[in-house]
Design a protein around this ligand. Structure first.
Ligand code: F0G
Length: 461
């Protein structure tokens, strides 16, 4: 081990040459903004947010190399040089022959599922992400989650909590073979907290899908973070280059859906890539109808240039060591100050257990939403409730809580530095000290569906 690898501090492996001012509204201003936004952080303007942890999607800081590549793009409608470059990088990484660009992940989902899903179809996975599930269900299909039981236990320290339950997967495939147009795995498992899937589990799932003759499609938007977790945690993988682990991962599947807004290190973009050509002609025709010509697919060529560079940069192991250190550092810091989080921390986010932190606030008073508001008031942090605001229901006048009351802090890539995190951790000490004063929330206005985006709240009492 070289000298640097024994150092305790993991540094940001980049120099910052373009900067953006950090909004620093006063506490008084934040109180006013929050009131005006009906205590819903989705309705708070970004200029009033100091630390924006709403999502890691599309919020990456691009590198000088990416901005430089954008300047030499070829914006030809058909057959552009930028597409060739992007296609070459994507093929080399995945080993797949066919690459179909889309403007983001859900467009790739919509395209593929429009071709594959008929009413009555069913698609197993570890956990489907919301948009993946919605795209399957919208076409009359069913999205089935078969993550291992440890993946549903917030405190379990299993190293690969994103793994699919192989026995259940096998039984499910045997029982429903005719209704399964494809099987999936999400790497890392966002729904379960950004938890990785092991190579062993990927091999097992691939063998099951192959045995049942079911095409295996990865939701690969955080493939690099997953590959680095494999390097760190899986026996026998520690000496392999992450690129090789990523290539083996893709090689086990028949194709992937990719939101490039995560590990593509870009602000917009996505793609479908496939080993075989069976679906490709149809997908390209649909693409022309909805996204654009097959060599740009809803993107500008400059976006393809940035993505070609991003897919290479994301495999830099100094970057990945730093990347996984961010959520680990924040989770440990919050835990030390008495704020419990889902364990172990995932790749892109930390999930605070609001029910455990605010035990006096019952689920019908939305402890997650109360904490989201408090984090904004005290720290200028924007986070996202994943609890009874998002998933709770009132059926025949009776409140039904979500299984967990979580608050997600998702970290943009290469945007915030360690001193930002230290500043937040310093501030939460005061928040923890007066947690008994934090009040629950009530909904005063809500839309018919997806209420978390636009509902308005007020503090109780
Ligand atoms: N799959 C996964 C696992 C995702 O996390 C996302 C997006 C998508 C697909 C859809 O991709 O946004 O490019 O259309 N996740 C974001 C998030 C929105 O905040 O977790 P998209």
């Amino acid at each position: 081990m070289s000298g640097e690898e024994t150092r305790r501090t993991i540094i940001e492996p980049f120099k910052i040459r373009v900067v953006e001012p950090l909004p620093l509204p006063t506490r008084e201003r934040r109180e006013q903004v929050l009131r005006e936004a009906g205590y819903n952080l989705f309705l708070v303007p970004a200029k009033e947010v100091t630390f924006d942890f709403l999502t890691d999607s599309g919020t990456t800081a691009m590198s000088a190399a990416q901005w430089g590549a954008m300047m030499v793009s070829d914006e030809s409608y058909a057959g552009s040089r930028s597409f060739e470059k992007f296609e070459g990088v994507a093929k080399e990484l995945t080993g797949y022959r066919y690459v179909i660009p889309t403007h983001q992940g859900r467009a790739a989902e919509h395209l593929l599922f429009s071709h594959l899903i008929r009413p009555g179809a069913t698609v197993p996975s570890n956990n489907h992400f919301d948009t993946t599930r919605a795209n399957i269900e919208q076409l009359g299909g069913e999205a089935v989650d078969l993550v291992i039981p440890e993946g549903r236990d917030p405190q379990h320290l299993h190293p690969f909590k994103g793994n699919v339950d192989l026995d259940r997967l096998d039984a499910f495939c045997a029982a429903h073979r005719e209704a399964i147009p494809c099987g999936m795995l999400t790497i890392t498992n966002n729904t379960g907290g950004g938890q990785p899937v092991s190579l062993e589990n990927l091999r097992g799932a691939a063998a099951i899908y192959r045995r049942h003759g079911i095409p295996f499609i990865l939701d690969a938007c955080r493939f690099a973070e997953n590959s680095y977790f494999i390097k760190l945690r899986e026996p026998g993988q520690g000496q392999r280059p992450v690129r090789e682990i990523a290539q083996e991962t893709f090689g086990l599947a028949d194709g992937c859906l990719m939101s490039a807004k995560k590990d593509g290190l870009v602000n917009i973009g996505g793609f479908i890539a496939l080993k075989e050509g069976r679906w490709v002609e149809h997908l390209r025709s649909l693409l022309i109808l909805t996204e654009g010509f097959p060599t740009y697919g809803g993107l500008a060529a400059r976006d393809l240039e940035a993505l070609a560079v991003g897919l290479e940069e994301v495999l830099d192991e100094h970057y990945l060591a730093y990347r996984l250190a961010v959520s680990r550092y924040m989770a440990a810091g919050l835990n030390r100050r008495g704020i419990p989080t889902v364990q172990p921390p995932g790749g892109h986010a930390v999930y605070i257990d609001a029910k455990a932190f605010l035990p006096d606030i019952p689920p019908e008073q939305f402890p997650g939403q109360a904490l989201v508001c408090e984090l904004y008031l005290s720290e200028g942090v924007r986070s996202c409730e994943i609890g009874s605001v998002m998933f709770g229901k009132t059926v025949q006048g009776r409140f039904q809580a979500a299984p967990m009351e979580l608050v997600r802090l998702a970290f943009p890539r290469r945007v915030y530095t360690q001193s930002h995190f230290d500043y937040i951790l310093e501030g939460v000490e005061a928040l923890v000290a007066r947690k008994r004063e934090i009040r629950g929330m009530r909904i005063v206005q809500e839309p018919a569906f997806l209420r978390h985006f636009t509902a308005r709240f007020e503090p109780i009492g």
